[in-house]
Design a protein around this ligand. Structure first.
Ligand code: PSU
Ligand code: MN
Length: 305
């Protein structure tokens, strides 16, 4: 299995020294944001991880290898190439075998992080149960992955392009801890609140790191969702953004968009309809997640000292 993994020098050295390595996904770059804001975001987020005492490991598939830690050229490629595949669990083997360029989703980034022995992963939002899933059965593979892969995902909750109520129910059924960082509610990505109460709230990063240690010490080999709300000054007005989201969902239905194209289509529509305002919020919340996620990862490394 190690023959498929290629670490960057920076990540390899960090692992040797026992430093906190933080995984980052690449679908958010290739399919979640337009160019060039996507590559700017990717570089800035890596820098934030470094500034907080961690080492970033952006993950993607290139030339038949899982790259753990990308250089600038590779980030640029992921951000601008036309033929980047969106790689979830089912696609990993195919994209490796055919040597295509692949951007990893939350699910596949978790898998690669676990293979690379990285426990913490920062992103924007996770996939979930789509609206209308009772008819379409469109449920992101991210949720199943969270139930069986030992990686903690720091995110701003999930977008209300999804059925957030069912998403939480699904995670509860699968036994995935969902921790609100300084919040009682599941954040809804662009907004700090969703109206959905969480079971767990923890206000300090040290205790979250401890929770992760206990979870995995017990052999409860699942992921953990750490939900960090968008900063107050960056959040969007709920009625404004939710109206735009509803329109985007309706348009996707009218145009018959489904399967793996669904989420990227909705994300693109929202950026268009908000005239880029949603993109600004998206970038800010990922940056905030990078800061908090790295703090948690650093605390986790201290537990074993
Ligand atoms: N939500 C976002 N931005 C994203 C994604 C989700 O706000 O970029 C991406 C992530 O990579 C996530 C994937 O894992 O979409 C989920 O896609 P799907 O719903 O097809 O599983
Ligand atoms: Mn889907």
């Amino acid at each position: 299995m190690k023959k498929y993994i290629q670490f960057s020098k920076e990540v390899e050295q960090a692992k040797r020294e026992g430093k906190a390595v933080v995984a980052l996904e690449s679908t958010i770059i290739s399919h979640g944001m337009p160019y060039p804001q996507n590559v700017e975001m990717a570089k800035k987020v890596e820098q934030i991880v470094r500034d907080n005492g961690g080492v970033p490991a952006t993950i993607a598939i290139i030339d038949g290898e899982i790259k753990v830690g990308l250089n600038e050229e590779e980030l640029e490629l992921l951000a601008s190439a036309e033929d980047v595949a969106k790689v979830s669990r089912r696609d990993i083997a195919e994209i490796l075998a055919t040597k295509r360029i692949g951007a990893t989703t939350v699910a596949s980034t978790m898998i690669c992080a676990q293979l690379a022995d990285i426990q913490f992963f920062v992103t924007g939002g996770i996939g979930g149960v789509h609206k209308g899933a009772e008819h379409t059965m469109d449920i992101s593979a991210d949720l199943d992955e969270l139930s069986k892969t030992k990686v903690a995902v720091i995110c701003a909750g999930a977008k209300s392009i999804l059925d957030l109520d069912k998403t939480l129910e699904y995670l509860e059924t699968k036994g995935v801890p969902v921790v609100g960082y300084k919040t009682d509610e599941l954040p809804a990505f662009f907004t700090r609140e969703s109206g959905l109460k969480l079971n767990t709230r923890i206000d300090d990063v040290k205790t979250i790191a401890k929770l992760a240690e206990v979870q995995w010490d017990l052999g409860l080999d699942s992921g953990i969702v750490i939900a960090n709300p968008v900063p107050e000054t960056d959040q969007l007005e709920p009625s404004y953004i939710n109206a735009i989201i509803d329109k985007a969902v309706q348009k996707a239905e009218e145009e018959g968009i489904h399967g793996k194209d669904s989420t990227p289509f909705l994300l693109g529509e929202i950026v268009k309809q908000t005239g880029g305002k949603s993109l600004e919020t998206n970038i800010k919340l990922v940056e905030h997640n990078a800061k908090i996620g790295t703090q948690i990862a650093v605390e986790y490394t201290k537990l074993s000292e």
